[in-house]
Ligand binder design. Structure first.
Ligand code: ADP
Length: 375
């Protein structure tokens, strides 16, 4: 172990527009002397974080994402992944204070808008200085590090018939439920398009670890999906919105090509079952009277997802990229959007583009911050 390493505890934090992501490094103690040196407060914090998976009313640890045997600054240990709504930063600070954090003069590497917005509160409540990092730098560093540590990190969704006659199939949308998850070897990733779907969306062209730029973005992101689902379908959580969407049917809400043409628009190869106008049926009061919450949630999910997919596809083809990597918490517990993105990428590019996904979804910015203990 490196004796000049900053004192524990080591955290990386991403205080986003909706969710705060906290990554905690739990060192694996190798000798007794070190264990004896660990202060009571540190010990209690470690125990509290690693023995629970719920903190206060809204804090959660994603136990399934835990990474063992990670090395940072010569220390081997475990990464723990914790999240809570950014609206609860006040409650988080109270809790951290009650666990004695204020007694450990310390620095946390942090990113996201909240690292600026809540800087003063961190100093006042828990005596913690936030050392601020750029969120896109942190995001990319986190993606590359986690991928290098976890061979299962990167995956894609394969349609049912892929591998046999995928070149001949006319890209008919196979039942999304039949898509299966397959590992993807991301050891040779460059160049790729990174699409981070958080509250809003950012798209980055990544040519090498320190060579990237932001090409595009859209404000129609995960926050829009959840906001509209709250308005239109009376949802009160992201999980509820996703569950409603999973059982809904967007064709009662969206106007399809066949609703306008009576069939396909053959001249330009547009199939009848493509959406021609998102929410286009909702101009009719009769249809509005009959529509269900599930269908509205589904249409909202399809609209937001396909819009992101088509911007990503345009960026990728402009920049001549073949791989598009999607991350961000909008994809959390949301296989439907991942499959729609996979289908859309491949359909609209005639098979040239591949949609890839990452297991640690929304945590890369926070991991990127934690890595700064290494420099
Ligand atoms: P940000 O940094 O902007 O907060 P995230 O990558 O954390 O971005 O993604 C936030 C989005 O993730 C939300 O807009 C919502 O669509 C989705 N989401 C996933 N899980 C939750 C949750 N438990 N609560 C709220 N939003 C969630």
């Amino acid at each position: 172990p490196d004796n000049n390493a900053p004192p524990m505890p080591w955290f990386g934090m991403d205080i986003g527009g909706t969710l705060t992501k906290l990554v905690y490094f739990e060192p694996r103690e190798t000798n007794r002397r070190e264990l004896d040196k660990e202060t009571e407060i540190l010990k209690n914090i470690r125990r509290y974080l690693t023995r629970n998976s719920a903190y206060g009313k809204t804090g959660r640890r994603d136990v399934h994402l835990q990474m063992d045997n990670v090395t940072i600054r010569g220390r081997r240990g475990t990464l723990h992944f914790i999240r809570f709504p950014t609206s609860e930063v006040g409650a988080f600070l109270q809790l951290a204070r009650s666990k004695g954090m204020a007694a450990l003069v310390n620095t946390i590497y942090a990113t996201g808008g909240g690292a600026y917005k809540f800087e003063e509160d961190f100093i006042k409540e828990v005596n913690m200085r936030l050392s601020k990092l750029d969120e896109l730098d942190a995001l990319i560093a986190g993606v590359l590090f986690v991928d290098s540590m976890n061979p299962q990190e990167c995956y894609y969704w394969a349609p049912p018939d892929q591998g046999t006659n995928s070149k001949d199939t006319p890209y008919l949308e196979p039942a999304l439920s039949q898509y299966s998850r397959k590992p993807f070897d991301f050891s040779n990733p460059y160049p790729f398009l990174l699409v981070n779907i958080g509250s809003g969306v950012s798209m980055l062209v990544v040519n090498a670890p320190n060579d990237y730029y932001r090409v595009s973005g859209t404000s129609l992101g995960g926050g829009t999906f959840l906001g509209l689902c709250c308005l239109l379908a009376g949802c009160s959580s992201f999980e509820e919105a996703i569950a409603l969407a999973a059982s809904g049917d967007n064709t009662t809400v969206d106007k399809l090509v066949r609703d306008i043409y009576g069939g396909d628009y053959e001249r330009f190869g547009l199939r009848g079952d493509l959406v021609a106008s998102s929410f286009g049926h909702m101009c009719s009061s009769e249809r509005r009277a009959r529509v269900s919450r599930e269908d509205l949630a589904r249409a909202t999910l399809v609209t937001i997802t396909n819009n992101i997919g088509s911007i990503a596809r345009l960026c990728a083809s402009n920049e001549r990229l073949e791989r598009v990597v999607f991350c961000g918490n909008f994809l959390r517990v949301n296989p439907l959007s991942m499959k729609l993105l996979s289908y859309a990428m491949s359909y609209w590019s005639r098979g040239a583009l591949k949609a890839l996904f990452l297991e640690h979804e929304g945590y890369f910015g926070a991991v990127g911050c934690l890595l700064h203990y290494d420099s």
